[in-house]
Design a protein around this ligand. Structure first.
Ligand code: SF4
Length: 458
């Protein structure tokens, strides 16, 4: 079995059904393929080809696949890279028709069996990487339905229901050695190299703009997570990034998990995503004591009405409070923002910019609103005829051309995004503060890399 991150002209982040293009040079492990490597290794020999980060051309990638000679490959395919991915897979199929092509990614969750007409070379698609449904498909299902798998059988397409599960789940430790350290970078790491880890899957919140809100929510047993972290440590990593979408969402479990990390790996350092209304004193203290140094939170926008309407439901008091607690325990806080909601005007966007500077954040990431595949918001915009079903290009930096706003066009939005990014990062007091807080060479390199990227149009 071959797991493939296909070639691409840009740094496409194609994983976890929530895709984008990396703004600077950062690139985390393709989490779907990372965890599928462990599951597949239970029954198969597994290879991984990182064609995108290696900078392989289409032809070089096909040559490598010819050399590996897999029976089947599982390939990430995503909305932002769809044309490139589709053209690559067509060429691959023409040259190596014996290889079964299984696609995984946001586009298959959204369009399901319709994708078999668009991509006639597909043999199957997978819409949940956290289960072992792929093993059942590879065993030869002979026309039976399999959860989370859609596949060709004779002249039919057999459609399995999308079922992500809830409560607890187990997943084998990935084949970490297949993922070369040098290809993955992350702006917030304190030590390089770093490894990505999941202690849960999905998210219990219902933010309508976020596809993760439609994936359910389930957690791994703490002992399993600790065993995986130990394996990561033994492989030479000293830093991990938890790809949990809201770390510490379950208070009791997160306190136990942090305690277990502190006891098992007292020198591990890590970062994670969370929410401002989750980060209370107890949790932040436990996170800091177990090696967490940076937490990324979605602030989104300065608009209470939209916070409610899009079901993020956080307020300014919670934002200020969480950041204060994190700073008290010496955690850096990165905030992510969404600019350009359907009825935003310049004033609304500048209000969000002012909020980003008021909040005492250590980092900020400004993204253009995009009706992401798999999100409830996209469904609503489709119903209101504000987007077209066939348009799925996702770009949170350049914007999505087909998504018409009432008061601002794409060009104005792009310029505003750049201005806001400059206004945030080029404040003299901000730069001084960052230099004062530097803790490691990796952080210094990241600061330089980010500064370079902002000055060159980020
Ligand atoms: S809390 Fe974050 S990950 Fe969860 S649904 Fe909302 S935006 Fe998505």
């Amino acid at each position: 079995m071959l797991l493939l991150n296909p070639p691409g002209k840009q740094n496409y982040l194609r994983d976890y059904y929530c895709t984008s293009i990396s703004k600077s040079d950062y690139y985390y492990h393709p989490i779907d393929l990372l965890y599928l490597s462990g599951t597949l290794s239970l029954e198969h020999d597994v290879f991984f080809l990182e064609a995108l980060r290696r900078g392989l051309s289409k032809e070089e990638t096909i040559q490598e696949i010819r050399r590996i000679n897999p029976q089947a490959l599982i390939c990430l395919v995503a909305a932002p890279s769809f044309e490139e991915d589709s053209s690559f897979l067509r060429d691959l199929h023409n040259q190596l028709p014996q290889v079964h092509i299984v696609g995984t990614g946001d586009i298959f969750r959204e369009y399901r069996e319709k994708m078999f007409d668009v991509m006639p070379f597909l043999t199957a698609t997978l819409v949940d990487f956290s289960t072992d449904d792929i093993l059942r498909y590879l065993q030869g299902p002979q026309g039976n339905t399999i959860n989370n798998v859609i596949y060709r059988h004779n002249s039919h397409v057999i459609v399995g229901p999308e079922k992500h599960g809830h409560g607890q789940f187990s997943i084998p430790t990935p084949c970490i050695d297949l993922f070369e350290k040098r290809y993955y970078t992350f702006p917030f790491v304190r030590h390089e190299p770093f490894m990505s880890v999941l202690s849960d899957f999905g998210c219990p919140y219902g933010c309508t703009f976020c596809p993760i809100s439609t994936l359910g929510f389930k957690m791994r047993p703490i002992e399993e997570v600790i065993a995986e972290l130990k394996r990561i440590w033994e492989t030479g990593y000293r830093e991990v990034h938890f790809r949990d979408q809201t770390f510490a969402v379950n208070k009791e479990r997160s306190l136990k998990l942090c305690e277990a990390i502190k006891n098992a790996l007292p020198d591990l350092t890590w970062s994670c995503f969370s929410r401002v209304d989750v980060l209370d004193e107890d949790r932040v203290q436990a996170m800091a004591q177990s090696g967490c140094h940076t937490v990324i939170v979605g602030i989104e926008f300065d608009n209470d009405q939209m916070q409610k309407l899009l079901k993020k439901n956080i307020n300014r008091h919670q934002m200020i409070n969480a950041i204060k607690i994190c700073h008290k325990h010496k955690l850096n806080v990165a905030g992510t923002f969404i600019l350009g909601l359907p009825d935003d005007d310049e004033e609304a966007i500048l209000r969000t910019s002012a909020l980003s500077q008021l909040l005492d954040l250590d980092f900020a990431s400004f993204n253009l609103a995009t009706p992401r595949l798999g999100s409830t918001w996209r469904r609503q915009l489709l119903d209101d005829d504000r987007i077209n079903e066939k348009d799925f290009k996702m770009d949170t930096v350049k914007g999505t051309e087909s998504f018409k706003r009432a008061k601002l066009n794409q060009q104005q939005l792009r310029q505003l995004r750049l201005k806001i990014e400059h206004d945030f990062y080029l404040r003299p007091e901000y730069i001084l503060n960052r230099v004062r807080k530097l803790r490691s060479l990796a952080e210094f390199k990241t600061l330089l890399r980010n500064g370079f990227s902002i000055l060159h149009g980020g």
